[in-house]
Design a protein around this ligand. Sequence first.
Ligand SMILES: *Cc1c(COP(=O)(O)O)cnc(C)c1O
Length: 333
Amino acid sequence: MNLAKFPRRGYVQAPTPLEALPRFSEALGGKVNVFIKRDDMLPGTAGGNKTRKLDFCMADALRQGADSIITCGAVQSNHCRLTLAWAVKEGLDCHLILEERVKGSYKPEASGNNFLFQLLGVKSISVVPGGSDMMGEMQKLAETLRAEGKKPYVIPGGASNKIGALGYVSCAEEVLRQLFETGLRIDHMVVPSGSAGTHAGIIAGMIGNNAGIPVTGIGVNRKKEAQQAAVLKLAQETLNYIGTGVTMPAEAVVAFDDYVGPGYSLPTDGMVEAVKLLASTESILLDPVYSGKAMAGLIDLVRKDYFPEGSNVLFLHTGGSPALFAYLDTFRS
Ligand SMILES: *Cc1c(COP(=O)(O)O)cnc(C)c1O
């Protein structure tokens, strides 16, 4: 697909590694061969998937003459950390609106991403209660900034719109190129599914390229039906935006909600096991909110023989490890 027509900033200068996980696969009984796409190693402060999306979103902001970026996320948001990081690099102000999805969870002195917000020099942080109309809050702030003579640009939560999702269409194509170059066969891909842009972009890229690699999303927040509807809608919008004329088949979108546990960002036993297992077999850090729960899903699906024996399964590591340091108690107990 021709993505060259969309402006981007060039944040992703080289393909991220695609590695085998032999010791991790062995620890799961050797039934399948797990591989990992290291988007935790993308550029941008501490890496992670939002860099691919922001590559396109920031280019759009600059094209529109923005001098300030407004975005939103949860109190330990990786997306907010990376939006702020790239805004700093571009010389733009960055304003964050944080949604306190778990009551009382915002602590200005907290570690993890929250610490980095201050270190990187956020222009302002406002905290709103869980369930707030985040787009409405961002528009309100944009109005205020405009009245001060600023030129704000609003990036939605997770940069999950058709512009940001282009970053993951591009990632799907990067994976396909790597498989071609190495002659590796991948039978199945597993991806975290949050604000939906990553999952939607990957699936749009796989379907749009007729790759024949099924993708299973692991939800971290919404119910299965709601998540699948959100991914399907955004994947179709993205394919239309690219101008492919491809219709997204609804059955290609799978997003399990079995690994969310008590709720978004709340620890589960499966997440703790996944984080510990990958760290202790392959020295790779997952995060407690997204990649840890997504890997818990992969582990459970392997145990349930969801993938035929001998399958090569590719896990997309979307980053997030700074959040680990805000969850020390979870891993100590
Ligand atoms: C945002 C995020 C995700 C989820 O990606 P979406 O595009 O929001 O679905 C997964 N992992 C990490 C570490 C993230 O920060």
